[in-house]
Design a protein around this ligand. Structure first.
Ligand code: HEM
Length: 137
C-alpha cells in the first residue's frame, strides 16, 4: 500500500530525516567512532574493536539508517542484524554500555540536534545498548 499525504495532513519527519538523511547519519557515525578512538575514558570498548574502524563505521551507518526510519540498508546487505547474538563474543556490562553511550552523546553534541530529539535518541540508544549487555555488572 502506498501512503499518500492528503492536503492539510501533517507529515511527521523520521529521525533519519531530521538528522539530515544519509549525510547526517554518516556524519553522526563518523563522530561516534572518532570519539571512541580519541577518548581515553572509553579505552575498554576501543580495545574490543579492530585497529581499523572503517568496517565498523560502515556497518553502524547501514544499521542506523534503518533503525532511525530511513532505508533498511543493513538488512538489504547482510540480512537480519541479530544484534544481540553478534555482540555475545564481547563482554558487555554496564561499564561498556556506558562507554558506548558516552561516545554517542559526544557524537550527537557535534550535530545540530535540538534537546528533545537528543534526549529521545539517547533514551532509544540506552534501551538498545542495555539489551546488548551480557554481564550483570
Ligand atoms: C553496549 C555497548 C556496545 C559495545 C561494547 C559494542 C561493541 C561492538 C563491537 C566490539 C563490535 C565489532 C566491531 C568490529 O567488527 O570490529 C560491534 C559491532 C556492531 N555494533 Fe556494537 N556495541 C555496543 C552497542 C551497540 C549498539 C547500541 C548498537 C546499535 C544501536 C550497535 C551496533 C553494532 C553494529 C551494527 C555492529 C556491526 C555488526 C556486524 O558485524 O555486522 N552496537 N559492536
Amino acid at each position: 500500500m502506498i501512503n499518500t499525504i492528503k492536503p492539510g495532513q501533517l507529515y511527521k519527519l523520521t529521525q533519519y530525516e531530521k538528522l539530515g538523511g544519509e549525510i547526517g547519519v554518516r556524519t553522526l557515525v563518523k563522530h561516534f567512532y572518532e570519539a571512541m578512538h580519541n577518548t581515553p575514558e572509553v579505552k575498554i570498548i576501543r580495545d574490543m574493536h579492530a585497529p581499523n574502524l572503517d568496517e565498523a563505521e560502515d556497518k553502524l551507518y547501514l544499521f542506523l539508517s534503518g533503525w532511525l526510519g530511513g532505508p533498511s540498508l543493513y538488512i538489504e546487505k547482510y540480512g537480519h542484524p541479530r544484534l544481540r547474538a553478534r555482540h555475545l563474543p564481547f563482554s558487555i556490562g554496564t561499564k561498556e554500555r556506558d562507554q558506548w553511550l558516552h561516545c554517542m552523546d559526544i557524537a550527537l553534541n557535534k550535530m545540530t540536534v535540538e534537546k528533545p530529539m537528543h534526549d529521545e535518541l539517547m533514551q532509544a540508544f540506552f534501551n538498545t545498548a542495555d539489551f546488548m549487555r551480557n554481564q550483570t555488572k
